[in-house]
Design a protein around this ligand. Structure first.
Ligand code: G6P
Length: 486
């Protein structure tokens, strides 16, 4: 139990720990915070709380001696591992990313899941529940009375229920980092009611946008027959509060990285490499929801319609490989490679290629150099919880003030829409026109649009998001405690 004068304790539970571990010897590991990880962005919030992260370390460990050694090293980074091992594939590649993820992103269930006996819905669903129980076990081994437990994302939809069944007095929050779809789409999920009932056991539920929160509440009313109010969802007199809190980034990290001599040097090299050309940048995980094929179709259309621009513009696309054991991800990679070949074949010359596509991640400093050098950032997500890349671009463009083209289907479209050029990524003509508008935009308009978005990004940081969520969670928990006592 927390004693007087101590900081309150917070356990942040997410599928992945915010550190990457590398084996350096038989039982020794080196660790570093993952620079792109979104769950390590809480900044000052982690100083107000005594914070620990619970999550999967990123690989299997079966040997007990190794597990102990890794756990000790992770403890120095305030991280506690959940060794999912044999459950991982069916829980992560199967149920989380093969079933829930496409439904949350309006993509529907892939047909093959119903035909392959080994990957049947039931097997993956059981693995998902088992993995959530494994998270519960590790949380409970580390829980002390009064702790706050903050569950993150669609991987952990059973955890709120398991925690409350274990001890109804635990303070539990859950935040969804993906979209929540219309009830018509969500209804296709075979386990639709169980997942909703579980998350409703939390004291506070958070979403990035009003639309996602509204969809969630109306889905609960339609599927469970509970009442939706402006505060959240009421079931048998008990209110589960629902809040809209869009996440942000750590803007100072990008602003200061852009000023490092090493990064300035990289920026100069990039400027020289692309001299005489405008640079359009794309940075996405190689995920079907990111709309990379649609981006290429829009760019191809632009080159078709604007022959004068053909040797004056390049599209640099960083496509970070992800979840490549899931068949849908393999398909999108092949599709993207086909399009890159076609565009470079149609519009390339000995001296210039219009598309520079890379299936890789890049070091974080180099990423800042790319963001800062680009004239235009092109985000064409088909659905996206938020899209922090668009925030990172804005934070890195303090001197250049480039243009953000942003999909209206990304959560960030609602917060950065004032400064960005919003597009429907399915409409290639619209994407092509937006590219032209961005490349030819007068400096005054560019600067004004950037000013509005920069202000938003620096004000609405991840630190603020974390602090706001935890303060709402404390209020919701206190209100429900009072109700129980009265
Ligand atoms: C999305 C999810 C996160 C996840 C991230 C990376 O943003 O909302 O929960 O961590 O993708 O995906 P991965 O499967 O590589 O952890």
């Amino acid at each position: 139990m927390m004693s007087y004068g101590e900081r309150p304790r917070l356990l942040v539970v997410a599928n992945r720990l915010p550190v990457s571990s590398k084996k350096t010897g038989e039982n020794s590991w080196s660790m570093e915070m993952s620079p792109g990880g979104k769950f390590n962005l809480l900044g000052g919030v982690t100083d107000q709380y005594d914070t620990k992260w619970v999550g999967w370390p990123g690989f299997d460990v079966y040997n007990e001696v190794e597990k102990t050694a890794l756990s000790k090293s992770l403890a120095q980074m305030n991280c506690i591992p959940v060794f999912l091992n044999e459950v991982f594939d069916q829980y992560y590649n199967g149920y989380s990313n093969g079933i829930i993820w496409p439904i949350l992103h309006h993509m529907g269930l892939p047909v093959e899941y119903h035909h392959d006996a080994n990957k049947s819905f039931q097997t993956q669903y059981d693995a998902y529940k088992k993995a959530n129980r494994m998270f519960l076990d590790v949380v409970m081994e580390n829980y002390e009375e009064g702790d706050t437990i903050w569950c993150q994302d669609y991987h952990l939809m059973f955890l709120p229920q398991y925690l409350k069944e274990y001890n109804n007095k635990i303070k539990v929050g859950w935040f969804l980092h993906s979209p929540f779809p219309s009830s018509e789409v969500y209804k296709t999920l075979p386990s639709r009611s169980e997942l909703l009932r579980s998350v409703l056991r939390a004291d506070l539920l958070g979403f990035h946008t009003y639309d996602f929160a509204r969809h969630f509440v109306s889905t609960c009313t339609q599927i469970l027959g509970v009442e939706g109010t402006h505060e959240g969802v009421v079931d048998q007199g008990r209110l589960t509060r629902v809040v809209v809190l869009p996440m942000g980034i750590d803007p100072d990290r990008f602003i200061s990285t852009c000023k490092l001599p090493e990064v300035i040097q990289q920026m100069n090299e990039l400027k020289e490499k692309f001299s005489g050309k405008k640079v359009i940048l794309g940075v996405d995980r190689l995920d079907m929801i990111k709309g990379i094929p649609q981006k290429y179709l829009g760019f191809e259309k632009f080159l078709e319609e604007n022959p004068d621009w053909r040797d004056k513009v390049v599209l640099v696309q960083i496509a970070v490989p992800t979840r490549d054991a899931v068949p849908e991800y393999q398909k999108v990679r092949d599709q993207v490679h086909g399009l890159v070949g076609r565009i470079n074949g149609r519009f390339g010359s000995i001296s210039s290629l219009p598309v520079h596509h890379m299936d890789c991640s890049v070091p974080s400093n180099y990423l800042c150099a790319l963001y800062a050098t680009a004239d235009v950032m092109l985000v064409t997500s088909l659905r996206d919880g938020l899209n922090l890349v668009s925030h990172e671009f804005v934070a890195s463009q303090e001197s250049k003030k480039g243009v953000l083209i942003l999909s209206e289907f990304a959560g960030a479209g609602q917060s950065l829409g004032a400064g960005a050029l919003l597009v429907n990524p399915w409409n290639v003509t619209e994407v092509s026109s937006a590219i032209k508008d961005a490349l030819t935009m007068p400096a005054e308009e560019r600067e004004e649009r950037h000013r509005v978005n920069f202000q938003y990004v620096i004000t609405n940081s991840a630190e603020k998001w974390g602090g706001d969520f935890l303060s709402e969670l404390n209020d919701a928990f206190a209100a429900s405690e009072m109700k129980i006592r009265s």
